[in-house]
Design a binder for this molecule. Structure first.
Ligand code: ATP
Ligand code: MG
Length: 574
């Protein structure tokens, strides 16, 4: 490809509305343009990267025995009513009516459509297992589309669905996908972690997320410094602290705390540590209000509370409800004297002594409270988010927190959809049985953004070669010298013939201008052809990542480039 003919509108300045690096660089490198909120057009370079990711995903899915299909994007509302998700999915599901007033939606995911297909076509255990996948545009009307390709409303996803006759088969299908995902992210040359994720009511270790490691990631990864335990923050557990329920000689006192509501303010005002305070949070669930107690310096983990109570909705109570159940205003809630609602407390609350709690009265707190003797807790359990330094649940190690970007998610669905939608097969004994399903997603477009978050420097993108739009850029800098231009043409066509995606910067521009663009675009290898080196029959090779340059004879270019691409960042790939 020749740069002079390519639509690659690079920008010198940072675009104003791009908050994260990948978004800024994708725009500046002329790879994407925004059409409207959360919806982007891919320009030639952006599309090339996207297609490279797509191809790696496709090859590994095929190798794992999955079969590619393409399902419709517009889906009938009835299917979603059958699965029960029409009412549960919320506003991310974009709904509309066709000219016949039939309810439709744009597919945010395809469990309903695939289950409908398979229930019609598969009858017998002999036709199972089956794993079908597609690489297709999804639409989710995200509440806050942001960060460019990272959280779009329209985005490219690979979604796969497995159907098995037995539990064992479903678990094997899951493992096969887990391994295929590892291969995919390794082939993309990305540093990643596989973390346990919440698998909702199914339980067990049947939900994993694949995270690209990047400090700018939205997701928090919890990992042990000693064993291989790793989980996302929603799922991560810690050991319950040793010791008995806290009791001490202190006695309760009521103290005046005018206008002091937050944990920080209470700690400052009373001169205590945040961990000496018990937070009392009132939530409203579909089963009624509930109180959850955590230590002042801890955050409640809503997923753990939801799983424990087996509920889907958990919202902070508004001021009116707080007043109604505690008798006091918001900001002064405490666990004493609450009745008629379940009270959950995190394990770490149980071992506290002489704690501070809200008094359920305006401008009042209680001190000297001992959970062991003073508070009537219904259930002690694991209800909080872990923090840096917590003990590992599996070994004697310590948990640490880091950041990542979720690029893939695998999940055992069990019979959730096959039961609801009646996707049954005849087993060996001729008995009708629901198929056991799994679903496996990869954010194909998000990978492009995540790769950039992980691999960039002050000059631009540093694409890993397998997903770079081009692997090599040839830059003649001879000021239109016909000899130099001829060498450039030759090097360029030799690289193409060797199967290396190469871009020729044949524009009539100064060297500095070409180099800046090459760096911005993140093309792994630049080959500069200039008069001085060529007078010795050499060209200059530059590694975008290490910025190292070397002079190479024209005849050795192809082999050297291959070697550089092959050895790319191997020391940093997990
Ligand atoms: P998130 O928690 O980030 O919203 P999710 O749990 O909704 O993700 P899944 O439904 O599991 O995601 O979708 C599969 C994959 O699709 C995710 O792992 C992610 O890589 C990608 N993905 C999800 N939502 C978006 C989005 N709005 N824009 C781009 N990619 C997305
Ligand atoms: Mg989501």
């Amino acid at each position: 490809m020749r740069m002079s003919a390519l639509l690659v509108p690079t920008l010198k300045e940072d675009p104003a509305d791009a908050e994260v690096m990948s978004h800024r660089l994708l725009l500046r490198a002329g790879m994407i343009r925004k059409l409207t909120s959360g919806i982007y057009s891919y320009l030639p370079l952006g599309y090339r990267s996207l297609r490279k990711v797509e191809q790696i995903v496709r090859e590994e899915m095929d190798a794992a025995g999955a079969q590619e299909v393409l399902l419709p994007m517009v889906q009938p509302g009835e299917l979603w009513k059958e699965s029960g998700r029409w009412d549960l999915y919320g506003l991310e599901l974009l709904r509309f009516k066709d000219r016949h007033e039939r309810e439709c939606c744009l597919g945010p995911t395809h469990e309903e459509v695939i289950t409908d297909l398979v229930r019609r076509e598969v009858r017998s255990y002999k036709e199972l297992p089956l794993n079908l996948y597609q690489i297709q545009t999804k639409f989710r009307d995200e509440i806050r589309p942001r960060f460019g390709l990272m959280r779009g409303r329209e985005f490219l996803m690979k979604d796969a669905y497995s159907f098995d006759a037995t539990e064992k088969g479903a678990e094997d299908s899951y493992q096969i996908m887990k391994e295929a995902y590892g291969k995919i992210f390794r082939r993309c040359s990305l540093r990643f972690a596989i973390v346990e994720a919440d698998s909702g009511p199914i339980g067990g270790s049947f939900s994993h997320e694949f995270m690209v490691l990047a400090d700018t990631g939205e997701d928090v990864i919890v990992s042990c410094n000693s064993c291989d335990y790793a989980a996302n923050l929603e799922k991560a557990q810690t050991k319950a602290p040793p010791g008995n329920k806290g009791v001490s000689g202190s006695s309760m006192e009521r103290v005046s705390t005018p206008g002091v509501k937050t944990v920080e303010d209470v700690a400052d005002f009373l001169g205590v540590r945040q961990e000496d305070i018990i937070k009392t949070l009132i939530f409203l669930t579909e089963k009624g209000p509930v109180a959850v107690l955590t230590r002042g310096d801890h955050d409640v983990n809503e997923i753990k509370v939801k799983n424990f109570l087996n509920i889907v909705s958990l919202e902070f109570a508004d001021a009116g409800l707080v007043e109604q159940v505690t008798g006091g205003p918001k900001g002064f809630s405490g666990p004493l004297g609450l009745s008629g609602l379940p009270m959950l407390a995190d394990h770490s609350v149980g071992v506290m002594t002489s704690a501070v709690v809200g008094a359920n009265k305006l401008d009042m707190h209680l001190t000297g409270v001992n959970p062991g003797s003073d508070i009537k807790v219904d259930h002690y359990g694991d209800f909080r988010c872990v923090v840096e330094g917590d003990p590992c649940p599996r070994c004697d190690g310590i948990l640490g927190l880091s950041r990542g970007i979720e690029v893939g998610h695998i999940f055992k669905l069990g019979v959730k959809y096959s039961e609801a939608m009646n996707a049954r097969f005849l087993d060996r004994d001729g008995v009708e049985t629901p198929m056991i399903m799994g679903c496996y997603g990869i954010g194909v477009s998000r990978i492009v953004a995540a790769a950039i978050e992980q691999n960039h420097d002050g000059d631009g993108i540093v694409f890993p070669p397998p997903i770079a739009p081009f692997q090599v850029i040839v830059a003649p800098v001879g000021g239109k010298d016909p000899v130099i231009d001829e060498v450039a043409e030759r090097v360029y066509s030799n690289l193409w013939e060797a199967g290396i995606d190469t871009l020729l910067d044949d524009r009539d521009e100064r060297p500095g201008f070409k180099f800046k663009d090459a760096d911005l675009l993140g093309i792994p290898v630049r080959i500069t052809i200039g008069k001085k080196a060529w007078s010795q029959g050499q060209v200059e090779l530059r590694n975008r990542r290490t910025r190292e340059t070397s002079l190479v004879a024209e005849a050795d270019v192809v082999e050297t480039v291959k070697r550089v691409l092959k050895g790319w960042g191997t020391e940093s790939i997990s």
